[in-house]
Design a protein around this ligand. Structure first.
Ligand code: MG
Length: 458
């Protein structure tokens, strides 16, 4: 079966609804996933947790996923509409054989997707994904009438998640409650509306919110990057809130707006949340090679190391496990706290940021102003005709004074700047990301990299 227009990556598959993404394609992957999970469980009855974000197409795909799983003899535990980290936690809670999240995360409204979760609550890694893909592409053994899976519902996944955040020993809920923070919130009409307001209210916050409707009709591009947060910035200014929180539709990414009504950039979320964790736990911080060096500044302040993993949430999560790192995540607003689970979790991120405000006794603007500012510039170019190893070799030759990391493409690092060149996993392009104290310096770094790259493109 060919899947034209479908983007299949390690931890999921996605497409535009009604184009590459149809119920038939969803059914094929869900059945293959179920058969793989069952095989992995030694052929015993396997239970799979299913949940979805608020996308308009979610209610159409949900029964398709249920039927596909039942058809291979898997029992379904349906958690309904829920954030992706809530679904991951439910997999662990139920000791399930895996989970399927029907969500296209931060992608625009016309997309939907499946994210594949393994029995430990982590997304599938490269090896697991290849095994599962072989099952999807092979002949999937279907259950007979008397082996079909069952369906049960679990309506408590969101409240368990909230309880887990409130019971974190890292946060002092009493002190947070006493501060009576005024929080502005934008859930972009995603699944966050089902969790974030309750969590914040239980932390004693007064919440001024927009886009809490969980109907998937995103009123703006749903990625929580600064450029998309104008409405939340205005809300903070109008309401006089202490802070603004924005989450993406499946609530694994968190972006912050300062008390001055300015989106401070997603890069700061992980760095600031990590500060709270590193002050109270031993160990280092893990992030990916494309994340801002503001994380290095925070780690240095606490005498810790930054361990960098290849791009991809599962790469960061598995490295955190290997390094026994208490905290990690991505510069896109994804915070991972090991002691709860190895998944990006915006509710945990929000609680840690409120704790930071308590710890520091300063406003978010003041905290941000105490750190250096950097600018990240992203560029992409057509994949050169020369092999990428040749490209990397010529870049290393062009910049002999930089430290080189070759885990994932090539990352060249200097004292206050870096550039990361890596092929896209899904498109015939090479991504070039640079960070420097100013945007013009980051642009200049990219321009310098383009010289050897362009020379090899001919
Ligand atoms: Mg997401």
């Amino acid at each position: 079966m060919s899947y034209e227009g479908l983007i299949v990556s390690v931890s999921g598959m996605r497409g535009r609804v009604g184009e590459a993404l149809t119920p038939e394609v969803i059914a094929k992957f869900a059945a293959g996933f179920g058969a793989w999970a069952k095989q992995r469980a030694g052929g015993k009855r396997a239970r799979i947790v299913v949940g979805r974000d608020s996308r308009v197409s979610g209610p159409m795909f949900q029964p398709v996923v249920h039927a596909a799983l039942q058809s291979v003899g898997c029992d379904v535990i349906d958690v309904g509409m829920a954030p992706t980290p809530t679904i991951q936690l439910a997999v662990e809670h139920h000791h399930a054989a895996g989970g399927l999240a029907i969500t296209a995360s931060h992608n625009p409204i016309e997309w939907n997707a499946l994210k594949f979760i393994g029995p430990s609550g982590l997304f599938l890694d490269g090896t697991e994904a290849a095994e599962m893909r072989a099952v999807v592409d092979g002949t999937i053994r279907r259950a007979k009438w008397d082996e079909l899976g069952t369906i049960e519902t679990d309506r408590d996944a969101v409240s368990r998640h909230i309880a887990q955040v409130l019971s974190l020993s890292l946060i002092d809920t009493e002190r947070i409650r006493k501060r009576r923070f005024h929080v502005a919130l934008d859930c972009v009409r995603g699944a966050g509306g089902a969790l974030m307001p309750q969590l914040l209210e239980r932390l004693g916050c007064r919440v001024s919110a927009i886009n809490l409707e969980t109907d998937g009709r995103f009123p703006r591009p749903p990625e929580p990057v600064a450029a998309n947060l104008g409405e939340l910035e205005a809300l903070v200014r109008k309401s006089g809130a202490d802070i603004g929180f924005a989450v993406d539709p499946d609530v694994d990414r968190l972006a912050l707006v300062s008390n001055e009504g300015k989106a401070i950039g997603e890069d700061y979320t992980l760095a600031l949340a990590a500060k709270v964790v590193l002050a109270r736990r031993t160990g280092d911080i893990v992030t990916n090679l494309s994340t801002s060096r503001i994380v290095d500044d925070i780690a240095r302040e606490q005498n810790r190391k930054v361990v960098r993993a290849p791009v991809g949430e599962v790469n960061v999560a598995t490295r955190m496990r290997a390094e026994k790192a208490p905290v990690g995540g991505e510069g896109n607003g994804g915070v991972i706290l090991s002691e709860v689970h190895l998944g990006r979790d915006a509710p945990i991120g929000a609680a840690l940021i409120l704790q930071l405000l308590v710890d520091e006794g300063k406003t978010l603007s003041e905290i941000v102003a105490s750190y250096p500012r950097y600018s990240i510039v992203k560029d992409k170019l057509d994949r050169p005709s020369a092999p990428l190893d040749t490209v990397y070799a010529s870049l290393r030759e062009a910049f002999p004074d930089a430290d080189a990391d070759t885990q994932d493409g090539l990352r060249l690092t200097w004292a206050d700047r870096w550039v990361h060149v890596r092929p896209s996993g899904t498109e015939p392009i090479v991504r070039v990301i640079a960070e420097a104290p100013t945007a013009s310096e980051a642009e200049a770094l990219i321009a310098k990299c383009r010289v050897p790259l362009d020379a090899l493109s001919g």
